[in-house]
Design a protein. Structure first.
Ligand code: NAD
Length: 501
């Protein structure tokens, strides 16, 4: 579509009105947009207004079977899997260029579909484009190996595509989570079937048409919208899918491992939930700055973030003062119209998630935590919940242990470093942890002892593509971003040659 750069809420609204009647809502299978084989559709709804945006093809096992056979056929034909990495790079760079040209439209689709603020969606799209570029640039710099054998042989260790990869992704960063999976999987030469969340399918379908325009060959990239228990499960159980790349809840991650065991032992990479601790020590120099980062660490994206800093652990010597500052910082982070570029938070993704968050807030009150901010939904037809802060949370409380995936912060107090580290590590999850201190010895000591895939020191979250992103324990076993993600989507093959004397 023709784009003038939107700058105001009115611009975005006008763009939405033009866009909505022309949304692509069909599945993308074998280079064509098609209805689901069953003809079934489901509604995708704007959570800020309650408006149905489109009825989207509801794929099931029959569509999965067709897409998998097309993906396998493409892999065997080799137009992509055997293409020189440098040529694959050119196609993916072209896709990044097209995404950049359509960035406003893509951002708007995510905002309309799942309620996040438009400023956030623009950041996500930039992240997705950056991921594609970084990964495309990496693929023709990845070398195989010559093994250190004796002189009577030559052993090569080659990296090959795995085959057919099914990428199953969530709704909280629809296009960015997609890019983190499909960029390395495609760059490595695999055929990829994307199953977007049923709560946010629109940007993935738009991406399919851009991928076709960029020159990805038939069957190499396909998109199957639909539900987890139908099309998602069918992909996970397929004997012809070689790898599952998943981002989503721990509960579904566990199911995928079972499906892999029941079928063909496909590889399963999991990026799952979190309940990340954010440790603040009394020696911090600028408590206002730390408080504003601590608030953003949980309230960004309405708290619908896997690495949200949802457990704030504060040294008791500064706790009272510090929590006041966090409450103050949160006042500037209220939810607003997602199409307003000034909104920091938007709407919760759907009624289920909205009720779930409100139930956790009720539980926090019942279990005796002290409510310091928020605590009830805004009076609005949209699904808005303000920043909510509970102090005096203990590890025994439900809101202190379970992933809420909403704008609810649980504050704990500690007196000693030992107490802080024990509390931080007392979780089923291990996705991220934050550490705020001026003491370099403490920083190094605790960075090592925090049982977590990522430790953020005197900041929260590093957006750079160069670093791996992923967790330990029940937060998963995969790594997105960086060259480590790229190698995950390759298979190692040994070629052993005996040399004549
Ligand atoms: P979810 O697990 O409900 O769904 C994720 C995807 O799995 C969706 O596409 C869904 O349709 C599909 N699915 C559901 N059941 C399935 C089944 N039986 N078989 C196959 N597929 C199935 O998660 P969600 O609500 O979309 O996302 C929120 C969760 O994602 C949170 O727990 C959050 O922490 C996690 N998350 C993790 C990361 C990370 O990088 N670690 C990033 C974003 C979100």
């Amino acid at each position: 579509m023709n784009v003038t750069i939107p700058a105001t809420k009115a611009d975005w609204q006008a763009m939405a009105e033009t866009l909505i009647p022309h949304l692509e809502s069909r599945a993308f299978i074998d280079d064509a947009f098609v209805a689901a084989a069953s003809g079934e559709t489901f509604a995708t709804v704007n959570p800020a207004t309650g408006e149905t945006l489109a009825r989207v093809a509801s794929c099931d096992a029959a569509d999965a079977e067709l897409a998998v056979s097309c993906a396998r056929a493409a892999h065997v034909r080799g137009e992509w899997s055997r293409l020189a990495p440098g040529r694959r790079k050119q196609v993916l760079l072209k896709l990044a260029e097209l995404m950049e040209a359509h960035q406003h439209e893509l951002a708007l689709l995510d905002t309309l579909d799942m309620g996040k603020p438009i400023s956030s969606s623009l950041g996500d799209i930039n992240g997705a484009i950056g991921c594609l570029r970084y990964t495309a640039e990496g693929i023709d710099k990845l070398y195989g190996e010559v093994a250190p054998t004796g002189e009577d042989s030559l052993a090569l260790v080659l990296r090959e595509p795995i085959g057919v990869v099914a990428a199953i992704v969530p709704w909280n960063f629809p296009l960015m989570m997609t890019a983190w999976k499909i960029a390395p999987a495609l760059a490595a030469g695999n055929s990829v079937i994307l199953k977007p969340s049923e709560k946010s399918p629109l940007s993935a379908l738009r991406l399919a048409s851009l991928a076709r325009e960029a020159g990805l060959p038939r069957g190499v990239f396909q998109v199957l919208p639909g539900f987890g228990h139908t099309v998602g499960k069918a992909l996970a159980l397929s004997m012809q899918v070689d790898c599952l790349a998943f981002t989503g809840s721990t509960q579904v991650g566990k199911q995928l491992m079972q499906y892999a065991g029941q079928s063909n032992l496909k590889r399963v990479y999991l990026e799952c939930g979190g309940k990340s601790p954010n440790l603040v020590f009394a020696d911090c120099k600028d408590l206002d700055r730390v408080a504003s980062h601590a608030a953003a660490a949980i309230f960004h994206n309405q708290g619908e973030v896997c690495i949200a800093g949802s457990r704030l652990l504060v040294e008791n010597a500064i706790r009272e003062v510090f929590v006041d500052k966090v409450v103050e910082a949160a006042k500037a982070m209220q939810p607003g119209d997602p199409l307003d570029p000034g909104s920091f938070m938007g709407a919760m993704v759907d009624k289920t998630q909205y009720r779930r968050v409100l139930d956790y807030i009720a539980k926090g009150r019942e279990e005796g935590a002290r409510l310091r901010a928020g605590g009830q939904a805004l009076e609005s037809p949209g699904l808005f919940i303000p920043p909510t802060i509970f102090d005096g949370v203990t590890p025994a409380m439900t809101i202190g242990r379970e992933e809420i995936f909403g704008p609810v912060l649980s504050v704990f107090g500690f007196d000693t470093e030992e107490e802080a580290i024990a509390m931080a590590n007392d979780s089923d999850y291990g996705l991220a942890a934050g550490l705020w201190s001026q003491d370099i010895d403490r920083i190094m000591r605790l960075s090592r002892r925090l049982h977590s895939g990522q430790v953020f020191v005197n900041n929260w979250a590093g957006p750079d593509m160069t670093v791996p992103f992923g967790g330990v324990k029940q937060s998963g076993n995969g790594r997105d971003k960086s060259l480590h993600a790229l190698t995950e989507y390759t298979e190692l093959k040994t070629v052993w040659m005996a040399l004549a004397p």
